[in-house]
Design a protein around this ligand. Structure first.
Ligand code: SF4
Length: 410
């Protein structure tokens, strides 16, 4: 998008051609049931649930207390200034109003304003991933400065997770003496100036960092400084404190992504069932279950946060009511599995295999603030189990038989 100078794509719907549900009564009932569950959930309940009251940044204190909040390029996992960038503090300081998506009663989105001073701005957000990436990950605990960085990223069209990780690489490189520039952790003025340089590819440093954290770390001869998988930088969950997320990052078809199989759902919220965040056992099943579910939710273009309140049966009812096609929860699993495996097969055709399903060495070799590492032996065992349960080969490639069974090839 950026290289084509495209900032966004706007589609204007023709309301006269709005699709009508095949079974209006069934669809209305499914919507009523879904809305009832959203109203009753501790997480999503409008005006009561944590997501609604404090926005996505309600997670800051929760994940930090678990020791799973990557801090200063994941050199630590507890951020001493976490409270200042949390949803609770945001609500009491820079929040102007809550925003929502079309017809959603949850209204988890924020709009923030800083009325004067050097961080003066107004902007949507900042969301959880952003307060982490442009906060803890770069050692910055000043909510106004973090929100200003978010405003800059949005104005320049930069992804905040990738930007925060890239700035973190710059801070670590500066600390190690790998670059001449002095970029200190938490130095808001220097970091703001660096974001501008990245956006305009100014000077050698800005030009190099504009290629993203993984490429910059590689160019500096220290690829281990990049917290990324398949060159996509990690989001706001440290795998040393949330073992399921480690498998999620390693196996996600687009790299270290939290939106493919959000194991936090089970490890922290107990949805659909509670698992110990530090346990390796049972995580393969959770990750595979969520990969399938999220592939389906994405295809339905439904908000993923709905999965905090709804079950697979609810999506079945919504889908059947809208399309008139009767499906079962097992059918949705199979559809999700087919989507997931087709994506994996696409990667395979471009040379990806087990060698790419890994994690940054820091997670295996350096202890978190709570003394946790990701055990390499357990990781390899989980990968074996993961491939076997998906019907893949030991090297992560997809055999023809699995492709045929899923209807991907004839
Ligand atoms: S649709 Fe999802 S992202 Fe949008 S306001 Fe509702 S819960 Fe938040």
């Amino acid at each position: 998008m950026g290289s084509k100078k495209v900032k966004g794509v706007v589609m204007l719907p023709d309301l006269k051609k709005k699709p009508e549900p095949a079974d209006p009564e069934k669809f209305e009932n499914a919507i009523s049931e879904a809305m009832k569950k959203i109203q009753e959930s501790d997480i999503t309940s409008p005006g009561k649930g944590g997501l609604s009251v404090y926005g996505t940044s309600v997670l800051v204190n929760v994940i930090n207390e678990l020791g799973a909040f990557p801090t200063r390029n994941a050199k630590q996992t507890l951020f001493e200034e976490a409270y200042y960038i949390s949803g609770e503090n945001l609500r009491g300081t820079i929040l102007r109003k809550q925003l929502t998506c079309f017809k959603c009663p949850v209204a988890c989105k924020r709009e923030s304003v800083v009325k004067d001073g050097k961080f003066k701005h107004e902007s949507e957000g900042p969301e959880y991933e952003t307060v982490w990436a442009l906060g803890a990950m770069i050692g910055l605990g000043h909510i106004e400065a973090v929100s200003y960085l978010n405003y800059l990223a949005n104005s320049y069209g930069l992804d905040t997770i990738e930007l925060g990780n890239t700035l973190a690489v710059a801070c670590e490189a500066s600390e190690r003496g790998l670059i001449r520039d002095s970029i200190k952790w938490g130095d808001a003025d220097a970091l703001i100036e660096l974001v501008r340089k990245i956006a305009y590819r100014e000077e050698e440093l800005g030009d190099m960092l504009a290629e993203g954290g993984a490429n910059a770390a590689e160019k500096l001869g220290a690829p281990e400084m990049s917290m990324s998988v398949k060159k996509l930088s990690i989001p706001a969950y440290d795998p040393r404190g949330l073992k399921g997320m480690g498998l999620t990052y390693a196996t996600s078809n687009r790299g270290a992504c939290h939106l493919r199989a959000y194991a936090v759902s089970s490890e922290v919220f107990g949805i659909p069932y509670k698992s110990d965040p530090l346990a390796y056992e049972g995580k393969v099943d959770i990750v595979i279950m969520l990969e399938r579910l999220f592939a389906v939710i994405d295809s339905l273009t439904v908000c993923k946060f709905s999965s905090f309140a709804l079950t697979k049966e609810d999506y079945v009812a919504l889908y059947s009511g809208m399309t008139g096609i009767e499906v079962s929860p097992e059918d949705l699993d199979k559809i999700g599995e087919r989507i997931w495996t087709q994506e994996r097969y696409f990667n395979q055709l471009h040379g990806f295999s087990r060698k790419d399903d890994s994690l940054p060495n820091r997670f295996f070799e350096e202890a978190s603030s709570k003394g946790e590492v990701y055990d390499r032996g357990m990781f390899e065992k989980m990968l074996d189990e993961y491939y076997e349960k998906h019907g893949y080969n030991w090297d992560g490639t997809v055999p023809e038989e699995t492709l045929r069974n899923l209807g991907i090839i004839e």
